[in-house]
Design a protein around this ligand. Structure first.
Ligand code: GLN
Ligand code: ZN
Length: 750
C-alpha cells in the first residue's frame, strides 16, 4: 500500500466495561498475578484491532494500548526510567508500576496534564547524564500480536521531540531537548527493527507543536525528522500534530523528508488555510483530521468534507482521520440510555471510526449515503433555545459582575462574621465513609426512598458538623456527603446537561471520569445545594460555608457544545450558579465557596489565546458570584500552587478569600501572589491531603509563620490543601486537630 488511507490516530484502551481498570486494581491489590493482567490487555487489544479492521479502516493503529500511560511506555522503551526504580530489583512490569505509582520511599514520577485535555501523563525525568538504550519490544510485540489475528498495523509512538519537551530536567538550567542526538539513534534502531518485522508505516506523535515553541524547539523538529528519515531500512513515517494547528511546525514538517502528515482541522478551523497554502506538502500524504477526537458530537459531513476538499492539490494524497486519538472519548454511544434525539447527535469512539470510513469513501468520490449524518446535523441546528436564558444573557450589564470594593466588603464581613485572625476552615468534602457511599448507591438504585436517604445524609452532616465544632474550626462545611463528583453532581441537576452511564474516559492509570454532556441552553430548574446547606447551618451557630463548583470547572470537566462560543456557554452556567448563590444567601449562608480548580486547565496552548480566555473565564466567575450583598463572603479554591500565567486572572476573580495548594511547596506560592499584587484573603494549604501523613503541630506552626511573613495576618486563612474526601478519618481528625492548635499558637504570637 502506497498510502495510509482512512485511519484514526488512536483508540480508547481502558475497556468498554473498564476491564483494564479492574484488572490493574486487582493486580495492584495482589489478588491476581501478572499472567491475568497481561491476558486482559491481550483481549482488549484483539477486540480493538478486530473492530477497527471490521469497521473498514484502511490502516489500523497499534501500540495505542498501555498499562498506564504512553509517555511512561516511551521512557521505559528507551531505558529512561529513573534509577530509583530500576535498582529495586523488581520485575519489569513492577518497575514500570513503581515509576507510575511510587513505592514506600520512592515517590512516583510526577503526573501532569496532557496538553489541554483531562488525561494525565507521567513526566520523564532527564538530566545531562541521561543515556538511552532501546530496551523494550512493546511496539514490535503488538505488531506481531495483531498479525497473528491477520491484521497488519501501524505502530504509534510518542515522537522524540515531544517526548523530550514533556520531560522534566533533574538539574536546574538543563534542557532535556539537549538530549535529542542521544535519543535519535535509539528511535532509528526501533524503526529499523519495525521495518525488519515488515511494518510499512509508523506514526510519530508531535502534539507539542500545538503550543508555542522556540526556535530551539523548531530546530529540534527539523533535525529529528531529517535524522530519522535517513535511518537505514525504515518504515514510512507519518507525523501527527494535534490539539491545534502546528504553527511554524507545519512548514518544518512539510519540508522534512517524511512521507505523511496528520493535521488537526477541528480545533482551529483556520489551520486548514495554512495547510492548503503550504506548497512543500506536494510530495506527501496528508491525513485530514476532520472528525473531532475529543468531543462527542456527530460530524457534520458537508462541513467536514469541505475542509478536506480544500486540501486537494496541496498533497500527493489526502486521507481522512480523527483530529487526535480517540482516547479522550467513551467507546460506544449505543451503550447509553439517552434521549433519542440527543443520541442521534452524538458519536463516541466506535461511531467516529464509522464516520472516518464513510467520509473517506465520500472523499474518494464513492457513492455513499450521508443522509442520516446530514439529517442529524440539520436537526441539531434546530436545538431549541431557551428564550429566558438568552434574554438574561443579552441583558447582562457590566455592573452585574462588579461588587463593592474589596476593602469595604472585608470590613463589613469582619463585623458580621466576627472571625478571629487566622480563621480555620476546610475545603469542603470530608472522608466519604462506606455507609455514605452505600446510601447514595441505594438511593440511586431506588432501593432507598427519599426520606430514608435524606435522614442518612442529615445524620452524616450532624456528625461532620459536630466533629468540626469539637475540633474548634471557625468556618464549617457540611462535608459534601451527597456528592459523587463535584461536576456530575451539578450536571445532574442543571437543564442542558445529560449525564452518561458508561461514558468513562481515562484520566490517568486506572482512574476514569465520566464527563457529562452539555448539549443545550443551561438553566437551574431548582436549588441544588440549598437544603443541605440550610440544614447544616441550622445545626450550628458558627458560619457554614456553602459549596459550589464554578462555571469554568464545570465546562472543563464536561463535553461541551461546539455550536456556540465557549464563552457564551460559560455565561449560561455562570447564571445558573448565580441563582444558587443567591438562594444560599437567602437561606442564611454567609460564606460561599465557588471552586475553580480547572481555571488553569482550559488555558489555551498558545499565548495568543490567553487574554481572550481570561476575559470570559473571569467574567463567568464574577457573574456567578457578584450578585451577593457586600457582607456575604465569597471564597474560591484552586488545587495547585504554580500559577504562572494564571496569576493575573486570580486577582481578577475578585473573591474575598482564595485557598490554594501550598503545603508541599512550603508556601513559596505566597511570594508569587504578593509580587503579582494580590491583596485579598488567602488560604495557603498547610496540610498536604495527597499523602496519608499527618502533619505535626510544629510543622504547621512553621508553615503559618512563613505565611504570616508574606501576607498580613488579617488576610491569612488556615486550611488544608484540598478537600478531604480521599482521606480516612484516622488521618483527618488528628491533622485538623494539629491545624487548629497551630493556628491558635500563631494567633497568640500576633
Ligand atoms: N470542594 C471540593 C472538595 O472539597 C473541592 C475539590 C477540588 O478542589 N478538586 O472536595
Ligand atoms: Zn482542590
Amino acid at each position: 500500500m502506497n498510502t495510509i488511507g482512512t485511519t484514526i490516530l488512536g483508540y480508547p484502551r481502558i475497556g468498554p466495561d473498564r476491564e483494564l481498570k479492574r484488572a490493574l486494581e486487582r493486580y495492584w491489590a495482589g489478588t491476581t498475578g501478572e499472567a491475568e493482567l497481561l491476558a486482559v490487555g491481550k483481549t482488549l487489544r484483539a477486540r480493538a484491532w478486530q473492530r477497527l479492521r471490521d469497521a473498514g479502516l484502511e490502516s489500523v493503529p497499534a501500540n495505542t494500548f498501555s498499562h498506564y500511560d504512553q509517555v511512561l511506555d516511551t521512557a521505559e522503551l528507551f531505558g529512561a526510567l529513573p534509577e530509583r526504580f530500576t535498582r529495586l530489583g523488581l520485575s519489569p512490569l513492577d518497575t514500570y508500576f513503581a515509576a507510575a505509582r511510587g513505592v514506600q520511599d520512592e515517590p512516583a514520577l510526577e503526573m501532569t496534564k496532557w496538553f489541554d485535555t483531562n488525561y494525565h501523563y507521567l513526566v520523564p525525568e532527564l538530566g545531562p547524564g541521561s543515556r538511552f538504550t532501546l530496551s523494550g519490544t512493546k511496539p514490535l510485540d503488538e505488531v506481531r500480536e495483531a498479525r497473528e489475528l491477520g491484521i497488519e498495523t501501524r505502530p504509534v509512538l510518542v515522537g522524540p521531540v515531544t517526548f523530550l519537551l514533556l520531560a522534566k530536567a533533574t538539574q536546574p538550567g538543563f534542557r532535556p531537548l539537549e538530549l535529542l542526538d542521544e535519543l535519535l539513534p535509539d528511535y532509528a534502531a526501533l524503526l529499523s527493527s519495525l521495518k525488519a518485522e515488515g511494518v510499512e508505516w509508523v506514526q510519530l506523535d508531535e502534539p507539542a507543536f500545538a503550543g508555542d515553541r522556540t526556535t530551539k524547539g523548531l530546530n529540534a523538529l527539523t533535525r529529528a525528522y531529517h535524522v530519522l528519515a535517513k535511518a537505514q531500512d525504515r518504515p514510512k513515517l507519518l507525523v501527527a500534530g494535534y490539539f491545534g494547528g502546528l504553527g511554524r511546525g507545519l512548514g518544518v514538517l512539510a519540508r522534512s523528508p517524511i512521507e505523511a502528515l496528520a493535521v488537526d482541522l477541528v480545533t482551529d478551523e483556520s489551520f486548514v488555510d495554512a495547510v492548503a497554502a503550504e506548497g512543500a506538502l506536494r510530495d506527501k500524504e496528508v491525513l485530514a483530521g476532520i472528525v473531532d477526537g475529543r468531543n462527542v458530537w456527530r460530524t457534520d459531513p458537508d462541513r467536514a468534507l469541505e475542509r478536506a476538499a480544500r486540501l486537494a492539490g496541496t498533497a500527493r494524497h489526502v486521507s481522512i482521520t480523527t483530529s487526535c486519538s480517540l482516547l479522550h472519548v467513551p467507546y460506544d454511544v449505543e451503550a447509553e440510555n439517552l434521549d433519542p434525539r440527543l443520541k442521534s447527535w452524538l458519536a463516541f469512539a466506535d461511531q467516529k471510526v464509522a464516520e472516518v470510513v464513510l467520509l473517506g469513501r465520500a472523499l474518494r468520490g464513492e457513492q455513499v449515503d450521508l443522509s442520516a449524518a446530514r439529517a442529524a446535523a440539520a436537526d441539531r441546528a434546530t436545538n431549541p433555545l431557551d428564550a429566558a436564558v438568552r434574554e438574561r444573557l443579552a441583558a447582562l450589564k457590566p455592573g452585574d459582575a462588579v461588587r463593592e470594593p474589596y476593602e469595604r466588603r472585608a470590613a463589613v464581613q469582619q463585623e458580621s462574621l466576627g472571625l478571629p485572625p487566622l480563621p480555620t476552615t476546610t475545603i469542603g468534602s470530608f472522608p466519604q465513609t462506606t455507609d455514605v457511599r452505600k446510601a447514595r448507591a441505594a438511593y440511586r438504585a431506588g432501593t432507598l426512598e427519599e426520606a430514608g436517604y435524606v435522614a442518612e445524609m442529615h445524620a452524616e452532616i450532624d456528625r461532620v458538623v459536630g466533629l468540626q465544632e469539637e475540633l474548634g474550626l471557625d468556618v464549617l462545611v457540611h462535608g459534601e456527603p451527597e456528592r459523587n463528583d463535584m461536576v456530575q453532581y451539578f450536571a445532574e441537576q442543571l437543564a442542558g446537561f445529560a449525564p452518561t452511564e458508561h461514558g468513562w474516559v481515562q484520566s490517568y492509570g486506572s482512574r476514569c471520569v465520566r464527563p457529562p454532556i452539555l448539549h443545550g441552553d443551561v438553566s437551574r430548574p431548582r436549588p441544588m445545594t440549598v437544603p443541605w446547606a440550610r440544614y447544616a447551618q441550622s445545626r450550628t451557630a458558627k458560619p457554614i460555608k456553602g459549596m459550589l463548583t464554578g462555571p469554568v470547572t464545570i465546562l472543563a470537566w464536561s463535553f461541551v457544545r461546539d455550536d456556540q462560543p465557549l464563552a457564551d456557554t460559560a455565561l449560561q452556567v455562570a447564571f445558573a450558579i448565580r441563582d444558587e448563590v443567591a438562594d444560599l444567601e437567602a437561606a442564611g449562608v454567609r460564606v460561599i465557596q465557588v471552586d475553580e480548580p480547572a481555571l488553569r486547565e482550559l488555558l489555551p496552548l498558545r499565548a495568543a489565546g490567553h487574554t481572550a480566555y481570561f476575559d470570559w473565564a473571569v467574567r463567568a466567575f464574577r457573574v456567578a458570584t457578584a450578585g451577593v450583598a457586600e457582607g456575604t463572603q465569597i471564597h474560591t479554591h484552586m488545587c495547585y500552587s504554580e500559577f504562572g500565567e494564571v496569576l493575573p486572572a486570580i486577582d481578577g476573580l475578585d473573591a474575598d478569600v482564595t485557598s490554594i495548594e501550598a503545603a508541599r511547596s512550603k508556601m513559596e506560592v505566597l511570594a508569587d501572589l504578593s509580587a503579582g499584587g494580590f491583596a485579598r484573603g488567602v488560604g495557603p494549604g498547610v496540610y498536604d491531603i495527597h499523602s496519608p501523613r499527618v502533619p505535626g503541630v510544629e510543622e504547621v506552626v512553621d508553615l503559618l509563620r512563613t505565611a504570616a511573613s508574606a501576607v498580613p495576618a488579617q488576610r491569612l486563612w488556615v486550611n488544608p490543601d484540598c478537600g478531604l474526601k480521599t482521606r480516612r478519618y484516622a488521618e483527618v481528625e488528628p491533622a485538623l486537630r494539629h491545624l487548629v492548635a497551630a493556628a491558635r499558637q500563631v494567633r497568640a504570637e500576633l
